[in-house]
Design a binder for this molecule. Structure first.
Ligand code: FAD
Length: 602
């Protein structure tokens, strides 16, 4: 309405218009103007640990969102603002005379700090302006249940098991007439949008406070990363070089598009299309059990690959939940049984909520061992500080021992997919090139890097996943790494994945290895998981010699692939001994001995 409030809508991890509680709320205010923005969050834009594939996925998602907004109102679009939120939002509120700022709640540790700062700054501005600027921060849309509520119902403690999570959820009233323990029902997709302000009022090009220095990035092709060390500064308007608030391109971000080769597409339309394709297949949805899905399947993979859409909010998690429930109901009526929790789809989504609940309770401490009360302390090689965290920054003193040097090599070879174990290398190359890996593949490589092979700290592995996954989600990534390394959630460290037998069990012919480690594509199935055992003459005949450390990849006629970088059974026993010792010591990340570094002397 013409005398309604001016609403600034801040998109973050909710890049969609369907089932969006925060948009729903914003529109219920009957705004006279509605300005949807995405700000250049420094956490995202200026940190190196977002690989090219995730950038591509994000930009695609933004472009689709912008188009969707335009469909609802031709004057609308996603307004991308090239400055961090804590500084630019107060300036925008002042310039555009905004009355209400609305955004979806985010319980990540970083997001909580950032949002608190925005809240405080807008409060101060409100006083200065002598008029009320409201900030609506309480609407949750990222998870089935509000993680803070889960924690509250779990006695203030992190949700560490599925049973705790379900029990806590059962005490939460969805508030829409539904049963306790059920997620809220989906909200309708808007069919219209109010206008933004008129173009002259929107224009920021003449206001000095919106001109600022930005780094002019040069791509660093070797690293496949944005070359953060090669920055030059230049001036730019926060609305972009053409003053049109456009979605940036990979080229503008100095990301070589050749480094962003993921076949997985971003955007709400693709997410809805994918979901529908599964939902239409009632048999698949009704019988899906995660442990029975193959990590070796590709094109198509055996699970949904909806995880990046959940991360960016291009798919509502509750839509997934309720669409699956509908299929379950239909099948029940037809006398068919559905797969049980937690291995079925609803169970998968509940695992996600469990990790969000654990993170919400612990904040920054959740993402690392130091200071983390739930993280069992294991004196891994290459102990690291989860570098986003302000907790315990002094703890990494950089002392290396001989084992650490060896471990550094194992770590690098694991990261680059040249361990000499084809199953592990295929998975790591799939991750690097495509940004996604099946859950059991993640199990294999995470167990291999930590307690079942290299004995390297899980935090180093989590950092690599953070960079390369298109679905990277701190709560899920860190939670699962702690699970796999027997640091938290799971403790049966004697159950180790073999880097040979596990792949063979799923894919005896080695199709997956042949796809991602193509230098081995001609090898006989008998040797595909242990190519070093093939006779030299056969290696030559099949066009790949098993030699070296994988840096020299040979020639087109005669490739080179490395021998296993260590004897797996030797390393497995080494790890088992270490794990037994660590479990015997009963130290956790918040123990004074751990915090002071005294453990090194133990
Ligand atoms: P599906 O099997 O189709 O499951 C449907 C949805 O359920 C997923 O999209 C996801 O949102 C959720 N889900 C499924 N399994 C899990 C799980 N174990 N934990 C949390 N949520 C789950 N998942 C992420 O979303 N982001 C991460 O950064 C991430 N890092 C991981 C790191 C390790 C070491 C491991 C072992 C797992 C990690 N996972 C992560 C969990 C899981 O592997 C992925 O969610 C899943 O493989 C995504 O593929 P999908 O969408 O086809 O899953």
């Amino acid at each position: 309405s013409s005398n309604g409030p001016r609403v600034l809508y801040w998109f973050r991890t909710d890049l969609r218009i369907h089932d969006s509680p925060a948009i729903h709320h914003a529109l219920s205010l009957e705004p006279s103007a509605f300005i949807p923005i995405w700000t250049w969050d420094p956490h995202y834009v200026y940190r190196a640990r977002v690989g090219p594939n995730r950038w591509k996925f994000l930009l695609e998602s933004q472009q689709v969102l912008s188009d969707r907004l335009k469909e609802l109102n031709p004057k609308q679009k996603l307004h991308v603002v090239r400055e961090g939120p804590t500084t630019v939002i107060p300036k925008l509120i002042r310039k555009w005379k905004i009355d209400v700022l609305v955004f979806e709640k985010d319980t990540d540790a970083y997001a909580k700090d950032r949002d608190k700062e925005v809240f405080e700054k807008v409060g101060a501005l409100s006083k200065e302006l002598g008029r009320e600027v409201k900030v609506v921060t309480t609407v949750m849309g990222r998870t089935l249940f509000d993680p803070d509520e889960l924690v509250k119902k779990n006695g203030g403690k992190p949700t560490m098991t599925m049973a705790q999570t379900v029990k806590a959820a059962e005490q939460i009233d969805p508030g829409d007439g539904g049963k306790k323990g059920e997620p809220r029902r989906c909200l309708p997709t808007p069919t219209w949008l109010p206008d933004p302000l008129d173009p002259t009022e929107m224009d920021l090009s003449s206001a000095a406070e919106f001109q600022h220095e930005v780094p002019d990035r040069k791509p660093d092709v070797n690293e496949g990363q944005r070359g953060l060390d090669k920055e030059e500064q230049h001036y730019e308007n926060v609305a972009g070089p053409n003053n049109d608030f456009a979605v940036v391109t990979l080229e503008e971000m100095a990301i070589d598009p050749k480094m962003a080769m993921t076949p997985h597409k971003g955007g709400e339309l693709e997410a809805l299309r994918l979901l529908k394709s599964y939902i239409d297949n009632e048999e698949y949805v009704g019988t899906f059990e995660k442990p029975k899905s193959s990590p070796a399947d590709f094109e198509p993979q055996s699970t949904t690959l909806l995880s990046p859409h959940h991360h960016f909010g291009t798919l509502s998690i509750r839509k997934f939940w309720w669409d699956v429930q509908e299929v379950f109901e239909k099948r029940k009526k037809a006398g068919k049984t559905n797969a049980p929790e937690p291995t079925n789809f609803p169970g998968q989504l509940l695992f996600r909520d469990m990790y969000f609940g654990a993170q919400a309770a612990l904040g920054w401490a959740f993402a690392q061992t130091q200071g983390n009360p739930i993280a069992r302390f294991i004196p891994w090689h290459l102990q690291s500080n989860y570098s986003d965290s302000p907790v315990g920054e002094h703890l990494l003193d950089g002392t290396y021992n001989v084992d650490d040097e060896k471990a550094e090599e194992y770590f690098r070879r694991w990261k680059e997919g040249r361990t000499g174990f084809p199953w592990i290398d295929a998975l790591m190359r799939q991750l690097k090139y495509e940004g996604w890996m099946h859950h059991l593949g993640r199990h294999s490589v995470a167990s291999f890097l930590t307690r079942g092979g290299c004995y390297v700290s899980w935090e180093r592995g989590a950092e690599v996943f953070e960079e390369w996954l298109i679905d990277h989600e701190t709560a899920c990534n860190v939670g699962n790494w702690m699970w796999l390394s027997c640091t938290a959630f799971f403790s049966q460290f004697t159950r180790v994945y073999s880097p040979i037998a596990f792949g063979k069990k799923w894919d005896p012919e080695g199709h997956f290895v042949r796809k991602y480690v193509p230098e081995l594509k001609n090898f006989d199935s008998k040797y595909i998981y242990e190519p070093n055992k093939a006779p030299i003459a056969d290696q030559k005949r099949w066009g790949c010699q098993i030699t070296g450390d994988g840096i020299d990849t040979g020639t087109e006629e005669m490739a080179k692939y490395p021998k296993p970088m260590f004897d797996f059974s030797e390393m497995r026993s080494f790890c088992l001994d270490k794990m037994k010792e660590a479990y015997g010591a009963h130290l956790y990340g918040d123990d004074p001995k751990v915090l002071s570094g005294e453990w090194k002397k133990i």
